[in-house]
Ligand binder design. Sequence first.
Ligand SMILES: [Zn+2]
Length: 135
Amino acid sequence: MDEYEELLERAFQSLPKTSKSDTRFQIPEAEVTVAGSQTVVKNLRSVASALNRDPTHLAKFLLRELAAAGALKENQLVVQGKFPPGVIQERINRYVQEYVLCKECGKPDTRLEKIDRILVLRCEACGARTPVRGT
Ligand SMILES: [Zn+2]
C-alpha cells in the first residue's frame, strides 16, 4: 500500500542491498570486519545517527542480541567473538523494527521516550505511542 509497508516487508526478509531510488528511509548498512577473535562494526555511530538513535543504546542492543561482550570505541563497536556481517546486519534490521519504525504507520519519524520508567516509541508522523522493550 505504501512504501513503508513495503520496506517493512523487505526488512523482515533480511534486507537486500538495493537502491530503490524513491525510498525515503533505508536501513543503514553496517561495515563489519573480523579481526582475530573480534568483530568490529566500523560505522556503529554513523548507523546510529542515521537512525537518529543513541549509539550506546544501539550498541547495547547488538551486544545483548549477539550475547557477546564488547565496547564502543570512537566510531566503532568492538565485539568479542567472530560474527559474519550478515548476522550483524540482521540484528541492526531487528533494532530498526523494534526501536525505530512506528508500529502503527511504519514511518521512521519516531523518538524514544521514557514515561514512568517505561520505554515508549513515539511517532511524530501519526502520534502513536507504543511501549517497547527496555534495555
Ligand atoms: Zn506512526
